[in-house]
Design a protein around this ligand. Structure first.
Ligand SMILES: Cc1cc2nc3c(=O)[nH]c(=O)nc-3n(C[C@H](O)[C@H](O)[C@H](O)COP(=O)(O)OP(=O)(O)OC[C@H]3O[C@@H](n4cnc5c(N)ncnc54)[C@H](O)[C@@H]3O)c2cc1C
Length: 453
């Protein structure tokens, strides 16, 4: 390792080709419309009756259809479709996926209970006998196993448990979602809502096939193709500060990645005890020619190993992902607000966001001057671009809060007229968002990225 030199801040950066992006509102509206269509399908097939067993059964059909649709949406959100990833953002997608997962599990539980009660009311059996009987129906045992697997995935994602389970174990458990969804599929087709209409059955199958193709394509084929095409290898590892290193990698045809400043990729370093995990790291500089750079803070076992990467190590990178890019900007003036290692995407944006002198400000919050990473580069970029740069130093529990609304207003004239890009630890990001809103920045102009899902 060697100490890093300041970047050639003013070097020309080629204008990237803009990818297609799905607007978050369009995605929300489309998914809601899908749920409405599923409900309409149920309403068209439902047998309206005031009998108790029929009421339970019709409730079971609705919750079952919506649960199945929900599973499909969950899989779609995690399919890593670039247009969705770049438009909505990976962290927002992950949050929606987590929230949606709770709804899906609730619907699955309601479906199971209503179906059991309906059957028990119809036959006059108790619930246990009804369950034993129902498992004898075609595809129902498989669907019950599938639902149990989805439940297990949901439990493993509960916050209290998630913190204790290693990330790789949690991810491996998540693969059961595919098995669960597959096992439940035949039961969905056999249900009266879909079995009653050939067209509905075909459309339902087509929807599932489309999501399956997207998953296979973007989570398997594209990563393999990228690995073969780019032949990435570690070129050098440079120390940036205590516990922080930059890793420069070299590869072929990196412009084809169309990675934009502010985005991240998932990096798999083919080295002992690192190859089994793909870690997300933002680009800390724009992609240039055959080079790409990340800057990593050692926080756990894997990131500590990144510090010891040897030049020549092969790297598999998938992506880019994330929506913290220039396309979100809507104002002339831009404030970049970074906390800790959240400086990495901000460093890339600081260099590349098109801004006239005086229109771009970077605030970098850290507990002390020693904790500042990439300082020389930032100063060099600020000088070259006529941008403002402030280091906000001090422990987070100090009496003076440099991120308080008035402190922010003092540092950044016309703060309310800015777009704000924000990246930092969750606590700092939450506090900064509140302060910015209080200082007059509309929430829709605060563009944040979370480093934890
Ligand atoms: C979009 C995004 C961009 C990021 N960019 C940077 C960056 O530029 N520089 C930087 O230093 N850090 C970045 N991080 C954080 C970095 O990915 C984690 O610090 C790192 O994965 C922790 O690995 P660890 O095993 O050493 O630590 P651990 O102590 O094992 O994990 C610490 C945290 O990271 C999470 N984590 C661990 N492995 C993964 C994984 N494979 N995928 C997702 N989360 C995981 C864990 O759930 C835990 O919350 C980014 C994270 C995200 C989500």
């Amino acid at each position: 390792m060697r100490a890093s030199a300041p970047a050639a801040a003013a070097a020309a950066v080629p204008e990237p080709v803009r990818p297609i992006r799905v607007d978050p509102r369009v995605l929300r509206t489309t998914l809601t419309a899908g749920a409405a269509l599923v409900t309409a399908l149920w309403a068209a097939q439902a047998h309206y009756s005031a009998r108790l067993d029929a009421l339970f059964a019709t409730g079971a059909h609705l919750t079952g259809l919506l649960a199945a649709y929900g599973v499909l949406v969950m899989l779609f959100l995690m399919a890593r479709v670039p247009a969705v990833e770049h438009g909505v953002g990976a962290d927002r997608l992950a949050r929606r996926h987590a929230l949606g997962g709770r709804w899906v599990l609730t619907l699955c539980a309601a479906h199971t209970l209503l179906a059991l009660c309906g059957y028990a009311a119809h036959t006059g059996d108790d619930l246990l006998s009804a369950a034993a009987d129902l498992l004898g129906y075609p595809a129902l045992a498989a669907a019950a196993l599938g639902t149990a697997l989805l439940g297990a995935v949901g439990v493993s994602s509960a916050r209290a448990l998630r913190r204790r389970v290693p990330h790789e174990t949690w991810r491996a458990l998540h693969l059961l979602t595919y098995v669960g969804a597959g096992l439940a599929f035949a039961h969905q087709l056999a249900g009266p809502d879909l079995a009653g209409s050939v067209l509905a059955g075909w459309l339902w199958s087509l929807l599932h096939a489309t999501v399956a193709v997207l998953l296979v394509w973007y989570r398997l084929v594209v990563p393999v193709r990228q690995a073969l095409r780019h032949s990435l290898r570690v070129r050098e590892v440079t120390v940036e500060g205590p516990d922080v290193v930059s890793v420069v990698m070299q590869g072929i045809g990196l412009d084809e990645l169309r990675a934009e400043p502010g985005q991240f990729l998932r990096w798999r370093f083919l080295q002992r005890r690192l190859w089994h995990t793909a870690l997300p790291f933002s680009l800390s500089a724009p992609v240039r020619d055959d080079r790409v750079r990340i800057t990593v803070k050692a926080v756990g076992a894997h990131t500590r190993r990144v510090r010891r990467l040897r030049p020549g190590t092969r790297v598999l990178a998938t992506g880019p992902f994330g929506a913290l890019t220039a396309h979100r900007r809507s104002r002339r003036k831009v404030l970049l607000l970074a906390g800790g290692v959240g400086i990495t995407p901000m460093r890339a944006l600081f260099e590349t966001l098109p801004c006239a002198p005086g229109d771009l400000t970077l605030l970098y919050r850290a507990s002390s001057a020693e904790q500042l990473a990439l300082r020389a580069e930032l100063e060099s970029i600020a000088a070259a671009r006529g941008a403002c740069l402030h280091f906000l130093l001090g422990p987070s529990d100090a009496s003076f809060d440099p991120l308080a609304p008035q402190a922010l207003r003092n540092l950044v004239p016309e703060l309310a007229a800015h777009d704000v890009y924000l990246c930092g630890p969750p606590g700092m990001a939450r506090a900064a968002t509140t302060a910015l809103v209080r200082a007059g920045v509309p929430a829709e102009r605060i563009h944040a990225e979370n480093f934890t899902y």
